[in-house]
Design a protein around this ligand. Structure first.
Ligand code: AMP
Length: 174
């Protein structure tokens, strides 16, 4: 599979979840075994030699590839979730996104200062969600933060919101 072939499996849904948004629907790629293999292999190649110790996925579309990568790296999986979903003590950060405002949380015992962390989400739009996730992870004084997306919407210039020390990579650009 090539990037161009995978792109053909990503569906544009107009005016979802609100009018004016062209939603990049990845479910049409996830249901295809070759696309899933492409995502898994590409992500593994990017991060296999980075000394990653923790893989985090952002609710909910980040929960699909993050555990697969974690498993392949011989690691577990840690969820960043919307407010009120995680049962134990959490840190939280609020943020604005392409549509609406949200609060995300991470368990206080999820990470430690020796960790090299990869945070994954399906798509980079304005970058608000992932920037908030980085802020959450920084509360643990981790050694290094890597950020990964399957898809980046280049015209929104979301990659520019991250601090210079954060390594940001996307597999597919629109
Ligand atoms: P942002 O914080 O603006 O970068 O938005 C990223 C989050 O919102 C990701 O979790 C995406 O799943 C979702 N999202 C935002 N815009 C879109 C879009 N146009 N197509 C698909 N997902 C989107």
């Amino acid at each position: 599979m090539t990037i161009e072939e995978v792109k053909k499996h990503i569906r544009d849904v107009y005016d979802f979840p609100v009018k004016g948004i062209i939603f990049k629907d990845l479910t049409t790629a996830f249901k295809n075994a070759d696309c899933m293999k492409f995502f898994e292999d590409q992500m593994y190649d990017l991060y296999k030699d980075k000394g990653i110790t923790k893989v985090i996925g952002i609710e909910s579309r980040g929960f699909i590839m993050a555990p697969i990568l974690g498993n392949k790296l011989g690691l577990g999986f840690i969820p960043i979730r919307k407010k009120g979903k995680l049962p134990a003590e959490t840190y939280e950060v609020s943020y604005g996104k392409e549509y609406g405002v949200d609060v995300i949380q991470l368990h206080k015992d999820a990470l430690n200062e020796n960790d090299v962390v990869l945070i994954h989400d399906d798509l980079l739009a304005t970058g608000g969600t992932m920037k908030a996730a980085c802020e959450l992870v920084r509360k643990f004084n981790v050694k290094k933060i890597y950020v990964n997306f399957l898809v980046e919407l280049d015209f929104l210039e979301g990659a520019k919101v991250f601090d210079k020390d954060v390594d940001v990579k996307s597999l597919i650009h629109f």
